[in-house]
Design a protein around this ligand. Structure first.
Ligand code: HDE
Length: 487
């Protein structure tokens, strides 16, 4: 604690004479409206909350650095990846998905894994999860999907009927729900889980040559699950268990670390690969596209102020830097709009100027004014382009790389509906007997909350298509039989 004496003031800096007693007319008279200190305190208090994130509302953040450990400059011209040993400051926010601010950390849910790299070419945001895939693969379904994860509009309570009605009618969700109901669905801590970009992105090198990439952050601490019973107990006793663990680890100098790898796919493979590489419900086999090391991410500093740094952090998948670009993944495309739109609504038109979001490289543009413009607003500089007054100009070498498109504008479904082979491989080849048994129990526990056999049987039929053993064992656990139509 600093021992320098500080004095209370109003928000406008005037010294406060009495912070214990409102000003009243006489000893027992009514409070006077001229007690501007009282009025200011109560009025600001009413305005302390900004809208919470509509998803990923509960989160924990930390500062750190990213250091390049392998030369990937033949794939990307991104400056922060340009040489081994180069270090870039970053900020990460971990989060759950469905719960409101203040909800429990230790729930079965994907975890947000949002990284902001403050690079010399502006901020690069990699806004992923701790799962390499997602439930759906077209942005147009996202509001519907999230409605089923939130509260029933009639009862105001979470409702497994909505969750499983949607999932049993959306077979593309099978891979992610199998992953989610396995051991990785409730991480032991935020330190003991991997992170993924999930989508396919594009890297472009200095010669303009492109490749497709998928990102993998592999925890140096290893991956550990939390026992579901302990998780439920902690959800009641300490809803901030994961947040507390991360803070204490960093405070104690036990800095968590992840190795970043990428899978690289040549552009020409995209048309022939056995899975649509832009379908975020599918992974790329590491046998086909092995992991290539890129660097290491170390978290070594806790936020000073939770609201200023964690609540106001604004990540967007649209924050690219030269050498890193979007792929046609329809979920990614939708997110390119949604995130900054959410921030404009939540924390204002000038959210990028907030300290936690401000680029550490020079920001020059003609965006002016708007609420809370506290950063000088461009000073006396002109605010248009082209101009004759030496204003900032474009740099054509940083144009997005051109790519070919074909066909008609249309509402197009994905070509493939093989939603079974990848969860099958997860169930048969990745999980051992113990995890398979825990998976089936977790499915049975979750589906037991559903009131309609029609929904349960539809989901059992999908599990049966993944693997007859999975379908049979979940049906048995629910006291039902696999429908003949599924066999
Ligand atoms: Fe998000 N997502 N998302 N999401 N998401 C948000 O942004 C959205 C998706 C993820 O710590 C929102 O600031 C759409 C996939 C993380 O601040 C919102 C779609 C993945 C975070 C939003 C998706 C994510 C968010 C909520 C379907 C993993 C927290 C408020 C196209 C690859 C970031 C906000 C943080 C937050 C939109 C799907 C991860 C509403 C439209 C897939 C980690 O903008």
């Amino acid at each position: 604690m600093s021992n320098e004496k500080k004095y209370l003031t109003t928000a406008s800096g005037a010294p406060v004479g009495d912070n214990q007693n409102s000003i009243t007319a006489g000893h027992r008279g009514p409070t006077l409206i001229q007690d501007v200190h009282l009025i200011e305190k109560l009025a600001h208090f009413n305005r302390e909350r900004v809208p919470e994130r509509v998803v990923h509302a509960k989160g924990a953040g930390a500062h750190g650095y990213f250091q390049v450990t392998n030369d990937v400059s033949k794939y990307t011209k991104a400056a922060f990846l340009s040489e081994v040993g180069k270090s870039t400051p970053m900020f990460i926010r971990f989060s759950t998905v469905a719960g409101e601010l203040g909800s429990a950390d230790t729930v079965r849910d994907p975890r947000g894994f949002a990284v902001k790299f403050y690079t010399e070419e502006g901020n690069y945001d990699l806004v992923g999860n701790n799962t390499p895939i997602f439930f759906i693969r077209d942005a147009i379904k996202f509001p519907d999907f999230i409605h089923t994860q939130k509260r029933n509009p009639h009862t105001g309570r979470k409702d497994p009927n909505m969750v499983w009605d949607f999932w049993s009618l959306s077979p593309e969700s099978l891979h992610q729900i199998t992953y989610l109901h396995g051991d990785r669905g409730i991480p032991a801590t935020l330190r003991h889980m991997n992170g993924y970009g999930s989508h396919t992105f594009k890297w472009v090198n200095a010669e303009g040559e492109a490749v497709f990439v998928k990102y993998h952050f592999i925890a140096e601490q290893g991956v550990k699950a939390l026992d579901p019973e302990l998780a439920a107990k902690l959800a009641g006793e300490n809803p901030d268990y994961h947040t507390e663990d991360l803070y204490n680890a960093i405070d104690n100098g036990d800095f968590p670390e992840w190795k970043l790898y990428v899978q690289i796919m040549p552009v020409e493979d995209a048309n022939t690969y056995r899975y649509d590489p832009f379908d975020v419900t599918k992974t790329w086999s590491r046998k086909d596209y092995p992991l290539i090391e890129v660097g290491r991410m170390v978290l070594d500093r806790n936020p000073e102020n939770y609201f200023a740094e964690v609540e106001q952090a604004a990540f967007s998948p649209g924050h690219f830097v030269p050498g890193i670009e979007a792929s046609p993944d329809k979920m990614l495309q939708g997110r390119l709009f949604a995130y900054s739109d959410a921030h404009r609504y939540r924390i204002g038109a000038n959210h990028e100027a907030l300290p936690i979001n401000r680029a550490k490289s020079e920001v020059n543009n003609n965006q002016r004014d708007g609420q809370m413009r506290f950063d000088g607003n461009g000073g006396s500089a002109i605010n248009y382009e082209p101009n004759s007054f030496n204003g900032p100009v474009e740099t054509p070498e940083n144009k997005t790389s051109p790519f070919e498109v074909s066909g008609f504008a249309d509402s197009v479904a994905y070509d493939s509906d093989d939603h079974y082979s990848q969860p099958r491989a997860l169930f048969r080849d990745v999980m051992d007997d113990g995890e398979r048994t825990r998976l089936i129990q977790n499915f049975v526990d979750h589906l037991s909350g559903v009131d309609y056999d029609e929904i349960k049987l539809r989901q059992i039929s999908l599990f049966y298509k993944v693997d007859p053993e999975l379908g049979e064992r979940v049906a048995e656990g629910l006291g039902l039989s696999v429908p003949e139509t599924a066999k």
